[in-house]
Design a binder for this molecule. Structure first.
Ligand SMILES: [Ca+2]
Length: 354
């Protein structure tokens, strides 16, 4: 379209358009057509995972349908299991998108379905069941297993994602920023295990602190559900809920990040530079460091350890002394932060959390 002297656009406009302008015009047209096609394809927005059998079920129609009705059919389109009326268009002062809702909460038949509004492409398939998020919950918990540092992922647990161990972290150096009289620069400590961060092979107390809270809170809120959730990790079937086994893999690493001399917690375990985009066992063998103790890391650590002490005490026969160790670690980390706050200025505190 852009190779000749006259394009379709220039032909219909009856003018000669410079090559650059033709390119830009064609690109803009392609984007516009793509946008229109994409909007059409996604005209029915709904929860693509699924809905509880007895729960609310609502879809949002974001393009103009040919009529005011909608249908829920089986995935193959052969049987209609529900029909309803689209709700009136709702204006929003925050968006120009015109939306009409399709409420099909009355449909309580289990299966896989699609929503169809006349004149628009059907929705993505969705399920209605008594446990629509069960597979999602398993995948989320299992996701942390794939992030495990310092251990190989075996095929029987990891499938096609099996891989050798990376980053043993049994010889980690105290960085200059974290050095003190009892642990001078270059002191070797062991800090194995834990999870890699989302986008790199370093390990962060603050980042994993919120994650630990979420996992432990999920267990505390739904102990019966997580008590039976088997996600096929090496600790499955050991009598301890897998979510607590997985959290423990990171908890044990977190414990290594506390300086036993004063209770302060190192901010992260890290390379001097990020590893390249390679598999963990192919990453650089350059030194790993623990860096400056921080208020944020120590407070996060204290909170996670306090919570862990409360939860893992119920599994004391499996992990003797763990809950007590967590309690002591929480108290000493909290004490370090309080003492540090007392003797530092507001400016220094701000820098400490940066
Ligand atoms: Ca288990």
């Amino acid at each position: 379209m852009i190779s000749g002297k006259r394009t379709v656009v220039s032909y219909y406009l009856g003018i000669q358009i410079p090559y650059f302008m033709r390119t830009v015009t064609c690109f803009a047209l392609a984007c516009l057509l793509s946008f229109v096609a994409h909007a059409q394809l996604n005209a029915v927005r709904l929860n693509q995972i699924g809905f509880y059998t007895g729960g609310p079920k609502v879809a949002a129609i974001t393009e103009k349908p040919a009529s005011d009705v909608f249908f829920i059919t089986t995935a193959d389109g052969r049987d209609t299991v529900f029909r309803g009326a689209l709700q009136a268009e709702r204006p929003s002062k925050y968006s120009s998108t015109r939306v009409r809702l399709a409420n099909f909460s009355g449909l309580q038949q289990q299966g896989t379905f699609v929503l169809r509004a006349p004149g628009l492409p059907p929705s993505y398939p969705f399920t209605i069941s008594d446990a629509p998020y069960h597979d999602l919950a398993k995948a989320v918990i299992k996701g942390f297993y794939f992030q495990r540092a310092s251990m190989p992922l075996e095929e029987k647990y990891a499938g096609k994602w099996k891989r050798p161990a990376g980053h043993p972290d049994t010889r980690v150096l105290v960085h200059a920023s974290a050095a003190d009289d009892k642990r001078p620069e270059g002191t070797v400590i062991s800090s194995p295990g834990g999870w890699y961060d989302a986008g790199d092979y370093n390990k962060y107390i603050v980042n994993s602190g919120i994650t630990m809270y979420m996992l432990l809170a999920a267990y505390e809120d739904f102990p019966a559900y997580f008590g039976q959730l088997d996600v096929n990790i090496p600790e499955s079937g050991n009598g301890v809920p897998d979510v607590l086994d997985e959290a423990l893999y990171n908890l044990r690493w977190m414990l290594t990040m506390q300086d036993p001399n004063d209770g302060g917690v190192y901010h992260k375990c890290t390379n001097a530079e990020f590893d390249r985009m390679v598999m963990p066992h192919q990453a650089s063998k350059s030194p790993r460091f623990v860096v400056k103790k921080s208020l944020t890391a120590s407070y996060d650590f204290a909170a996670v350890m306090a919570m862990a002490a409360r939860i893992y005490v119920k599994y004391d026969k499996f992990f003797p002394g763990l809950a007590d160790s967590c309690r002591k670690a929480a108290l000493s980390a909290f004490e370090w932060t309080e003492n540090t706050l007392r003797r530092t200025s507001a400016t220094a505190r701000w820098k400490s959390t940066a």
